[in-house]
Design a protein around this ligand. Structure first.
Ligand code: MN
Length: 578
C-alpha cells in the first residue's frame, strides 16, 4: 500500500500532501473490513485509481475525491461528513462520481458488434448524458480512472458481468476519454477491454505481433542513435527522441483495413522527436528528409491543421536504414502534453494557465473560453471546467434504457411525444423510477420515465400549459382541434352520416382495416400492412409504430422488424387479427 501512496504523493507538495494523507486515512477507515472480489482490502481500489489519476497531473482536490469516491455508496459515511472534513468542492466531486456510477449501458446494446466498425452502437446520447450529469469535467476524469482500475481487476468479477463492463468501457468510457483528448486513458481503456470483447482476435494478435515488436525495437534502437547523430551534425536542436509501439487495439483495427498484412502498417512502431519550438519542428523535418527519403503523400502537417481534438505534430514516413519504412513524429513538449493528456494538460503547467490561448486548439476548451468571456465574474480556472454546454437540456431514459433528450422543465407529456406521437396522444399518466407522478411534474436528469396509456383517452388542451417542446405542442393542437370537429359532427349528425358518404379514396380502405387488427389491446390506432413481409389474415403479426403513418403490421419473424426492434423496442406493440 505504502509504495503506491508514495508514488501519488511524489507529485504534490506541502499542504496538498497532508490533505491526500488525510483522505487516504479517512477512506481506509470507512472501508475497513470490506474486500474487493480479488480478496484485497477495498482501499486498494480507490488508491490505485488515484495513482492512475495522478499520471494525468490533476489537481489535489481530484485526487482527494478519487480516494473517497466509493465512500458514499459503499460505507456509512454521509455526504455531510465529507463536506465537513474536506470542503464543499471535494464533496461535490464525490457525489458527482457516485451519481455517474448509476448510468448503465442499456441491455439491448449488449450485443458485441463487429470490431471494424468505429462505434457499432448508437451510444452518443449516453455519452452526452454523462457530460450533462457530471457538471464538472473533473468528475468524468475521476470516473475514467475508477473504470481503468476496475478494468485492470476485471478477471476477478463473475464472467457474465465482465462482458457488460468491458462493453461499456469500449462504447462509452474510451470514446469519452478520446473526446477529452486524454489519449493515454483512451488507449489504456481500449486495450483492457479488447481481450474480453474479442478474445480470439486478441489471441491472434498477441501471437503474431510479438516477434515483430522485438525485431522492430532492436532495429529502432540503432535508427534512433543514427538519427540523433545526424540531427546534431545538422545543428538541429532537439530535446529527446523516443520510440513507441502502436497500441494493440488500434493496431488490430488498422490491420483489418490492410488484409491483416503487417508489412503494410508503417506505424507499427514510430520514432518521436520532441523539440523546443514550432520552428525547430519544421527544421527537424527538413533535416530528416535530407537524410532519409520521404514517401510522397505521407507528410502530414498537423501543426498548421490540428486534428479536431487539438492534436498537433508533424508526421512523415521515410525509407529508413536498410530500406525499411518508418513513421516519424515531430512535436514540441507542449504539443506532446496535449497529445497524451488532452484536457488534463492544463494542470501540467505549474502556473499562469492561459486558457484562452490553449483553447484555440481545443474545440472543447474553446467553448469553455467563450463561456468565460460571457461570465467575467467567474474567472477562476476551475469554474471554467464546469460543464455548461448542455445546461438547458436534460437527459431521461425509457424503461428500456433509450436516452430521451429534452429541454429543462419538460414534463412527462413532452417525454411521451418524444418517444412516439401515439404514446403522447393516449398518455394518461407516468411513473418516474417506478413511482406514479402527475403529468405536470418536471423531469430531471437521469429519470427513468414510464408512460401509462389508455387507447380511449385523447389529449387535453390544458396540456398546452404544461409542455415545453414544440413537438408536443403541435401534436396536442392538432389532436384537440380534431376533437372539436368530431364533437360538432357528433352533435349535429348523430347517425354518423359523414362516414356513410361513399369515397373512392384509400381512406375508406384504411377505416375498414382498423376493425380487422387489434393493436396493443385496442382498435384505436391506424395501421397499414408492411411492404417487406406483407402479412395475410391469420399470420402471426406484430405492430411497429411509425413516425407519421400509424402502425406498420409486420410478420413476427420479419427480418426488417428484427432490425427495427433492436433499435427502438418501445415502438413495438402486440397485434392480432380480429
Ligand atoms: Mn470505484
Amino acid at each position: 500500500m505504502k509504495p503506491t501512496l508514495d508514488k501519488i504523493l511524489e507529485k504534490y507538495h506541502g499542504r496538498d500532501k497532508k490533505l491526500i494523507l488525510e483522505a487516504f486515512d479517512f477512506a481506509k477507515d470507512a472501508h475497513q473490513g470490506q474486500k474487493r472480489l480479488s480478496g484485497e482490502d477495498y482501499i486498494f481500489h480507490p488508491l490505485r485509481a488515484s495513482l492512475i489519476l495522478s499520471h494525468l497531473n490533476v489537481d489535489v482536490k481530484s485526487i482527494v475525491a478519487c480516494l473517497l469516491h466509493d465512500v458514499i455508496d459503499d460505507t456509512k459515511v454521509s455526504p455531510q461528513e465529507i463536506e465537513d472534513k474536506f470542503g464543499e468542492e471535494v464533496c461535490f466531486l464525490v457525489k458527482g462520481v457516485s451519481k455517474l456510477g448509476k448510468i448503465r449501458l442499456p441491455k439491448q446494446h449488449l450485443e458485441i458488434g463487429p470490431i471494424e466498425k468505429e462505434t457499432s452502437l448508437d451510444t452518443e446520447n449516453l455519452r452526452r448524458m454523462f457530460f450533462a450529469m457530471a457538471e464538472d469535467i473533473r468528475v468524468i476524469i475521476i470516473k475514467l480512472a475508477d473504470r481503468a482500475h476496475n478494468m485492470e481487476t476485471l478477471k476477478f468479477i463473475p464472467e457474465e458481468k465482465q462482458q457488460r463492463v468491458a462493453m461499456e468501457t469500449m462504447e462509452i468510457f474510451a470514446p469519452i476519454a478520446s473526446r477529452l483528448g486524454i489519449y493515454t486513458m483512451k488507449t489504456k481503456l481500449e486495450n483492457l477491454a479488447f481481450p474480453y470483447l474479442y478474445p480470439e482476435e486478441y489471441q491472434w494478435l498477441v501471437e503474431n505481433v510479438k516477434e515483430r515488436h522485438l525485431e522492430a525495437k532492436k532495429y529502432l534502437g540503432k535508427v534512433q542513435a543514427n538519427l540523433e547523430k545526424h540531427l546534431n551534425k545538422e545543428g538541429v536542436l532537439f530535446t529527446k527522441t523516443q520510440s513507441r509501439l502502436k497500441s494493440y487495439f488500434s493496431l488490430y483495427k488498422k490491420l483489418l483495413r490492410y488484409e491483416m498484412d503487417f508489412d503494410r502498417v508503417y506505424d507499427l512502431v514510430a520514432i518521436r522527436i520532441i523539440v523546443q519550438d514550432v520552428k525547430s519542428c519544421y527544421e527537424t523535418l527538413g533535416a530528416i528528409h535530407k537524410f532519409w527519403k520521404p514517401i510522397p503523400g505521407r507528410i502530414k502537417d498537423y501543426i498548421a491543421f490540428p486534428k479536431p481534438n487539438g492534436y498537433q505534430s508533424l508526421h512523415t514516413t521515410v525509407f529508413c536504414d536498410l530500406g525499411k519504412i518508418v513513421e516519424i513524429q515531430i512535436r514540441t513538449e507542449e504539443m506532446h502534453e496535449i497529445a497524451e493528456r488532452g484536457i488534463c494538460a492544463h494542470w501540467a503547467t505549474k502556473e499562469g494557465v492561459d486558457l484562452k490561448k490553449r483553447g484555440q486548439r481545443f474545440a472543447w476548451v474553446k467553448q469553455l473560453a467563450e463561456w468565460q468571456k460571457q461570465n467575467p465574474n467567474k474567472e477562476e480556472f476551475l469554474n471554467g471546467l464546469k460543464i455548461d454546454f448542455f445546461k438547458n437540456r436534460i437527459f431521461t431514459l425509457t424503461p428500456k434504457g433509450d436516452v430521451i433528450d429534452l429541454p429543462e422543465g419538460a414534463c412527462p407529456i413532452d417525454f411521451a411525444y418524444a418517444v412516439h406521437s401515439e404514446i403522447g396522444n393516449h398518455c394518461i399518466g407516468a411513473k418516474i423510477n417506478g413511482k406514479i407522478i402527475s403529468l405536470s411534474s418536471q423531469l430531471k436528469n437521469g429519470n427513468v420515465v414510464e408512460i401509462l396509456t389508455d387507447k380511449n383517452k385523447k389529449p387535453s388542451r390544458d396540456w398546452l400549459k404544461l409542455v415545453k417542446t414544440n413537438l408536443a405542442r403541435s401534436h396536442i393542437k392538432k389532436q384537440t382541434q380534431f376533437n372539436f370537429f368530431v364533437e360538432l359532427k357528433e352533435r349535429f349528425f348523430p347517425e354518423n352520416r359523414f362516414a356513410k358518404i361513399p369515397s373512392k379514396k384509400p381512406f375508406k380502405k384504411k377505416l375498414e382495416q382498423t376493425s380487422l387488427i387489434i393493436i396493443g389491446g385496442g382498435t384505436g390506432i391506424a395501421y397499414f400492412l408492411a411492404k417487406c413481409c406483407q402479412p395475410k389474415n391469420g399470420d402471426k403479426i406484430v405492430a411497429y409504430l411509425t413516425q407519421a403513418k400509424g402502425a406498420a403490421i409486420h410478420l413476427q419473424n420479419c427480418q426488417n422488424l428484427k432490425r427495427l426492434k433492436s433499435r427502438s423496442p418501445e415502438k413495438i406493440l402486440e397485434a392480432k387479427w380480429q
